[in-house]
Design a protein around this ligand. Sequence first.
Ligand code: NAP
Length: 455
Amino acid sequence: MAKNNLQLEKLTVPSSGDRIKISGSKVKASDNPIIVLIEGDGIGKTVNNILGITALAREVIDTAVEVAYAGERTIHWLKAYAGDTARKRYYPNLSDDEFKTMSAKDQRGVYLPSDTLKVVEYFSIGLKGPLTTPIGGGFKSINVYLRQYFDLYACVRPVRYFAGVPALNKNAVHFDMVVFRENLEDVYAGMEFEPGSDEARKLQKFLEKELGETFHHGWNYGLGIKLMSEQGSKQLIRRAIEYALDKGYKTVTLIHKGNIMKYTEGAFRKWGYELAKKEFSDQVIAEHDIKGTPPQGKVIINDRIADSMFYQIQTRPREYGVLACPNLNGDYLSDALAALVGGLGLAPGANIGDHCALFEATHGTAPKYTGKDVANPASIMLSGALMLDYIGWNKAAELIRSGITATITQAAQMAQLGKKPLPLTYDLARQYDGYTESDGAKASTFKDKVIQNMK
Ligand code: NAP
């Protein structure tokens, strides 16, 4: 289909620019790709001309591309809508009372129009701000729905230390890990049954009668199903191994609670080793197969029990590189890692599938900071850098990272001299000894410094 035949209701496709094509781990982008931009809600959106974090990130990304390629490459942004801004644009007169009477599917359409789904599907890549899930609606989180709709099975979250950040743990200076979190299965698959519902009672009865399971007589149970498939686990672990090989990481660690959940998390571990042996035997070796000195040039695949891993990331971070995790372990672990190196404001993320990819900050909409120009835009800027890496524009990606690093280094030097305000947002400024959140800068000032430091 040609880009002009998408039959969009309220979106305009840029007149120049090309579609990016993704097939598995192969990504093909021209020098003029079209990329979907969803500003998002809360701190993501621009309010009364105060730019939100997504618009600030866009400016940094465009500058990085301009500086790196001197006009030979340009991103053509296609602005699309989701969340509150979508409702405002597509259903400006819909009242809350009318909304409540709609089916869950129609409610979702209000916050996630088919226009947006069509352009993400067609153009394959998007940069997305955080989205609120309205409380009281009968539909799932839009974020979760997008991941499921586009089969974005790998949530990728690099966690590295930025020199100058007063990190909580002295070992944080050695952090350079990348979490690959399975994004669609596990207890997030949505198979949950409300306590007291017919479904919960039926399922309990089935488990008792047909499978011989026991429950406390007369107790009221909510039930959830933990789903982990061989195919879902292997596609995630394959991506993690490919990434380690491509980027030069020395280890891939399977994080699981297989000692307790043998047929789900234990199976994840088993499938990981199976896959490594079958598909990567010339490049990867299992830790338990190493006799003596590890062979040069091979990535080591090992596994760790999830709870011990929370301990080890604090005590022996140098031993780890790529971490392949089932959904719930990955969710907890990536936030814990981000906290240790300076908080969610510095943690980027990507949701990647075989045909589409969405890049987003790992934090949410932080609604109390909406329109105040104070929220840290670094996470979404760094997600933009990940996106540039993904399409092979590594020089521009590196410029964003070095611009942020230089800004933090300058702030750290100022903090040593007791100078105020620091050119960092409140969340980072308050981490320096003797500084509070009011010693930070506006988000737009931080953005200007990052841009200065890229030039
Ligand atoms: P949140 O939006 O991440 O905010 C929690 C706290 O984290 C903020 O109050 C702030 O803490 C800090 N924070 C988050 N982002 C920050 C930034 N860029 N700069 C500085 N500080 C930041 O989590 P939430 O309050 O639980 O969720 C709010 C909404 O976001 C919910 O509707 C949730 O569903 C949604 N959400 C969306 C996504 C997504 O779109 N992928 C992800 C998570 C949550 P302090 O005030 O202590 O500094």
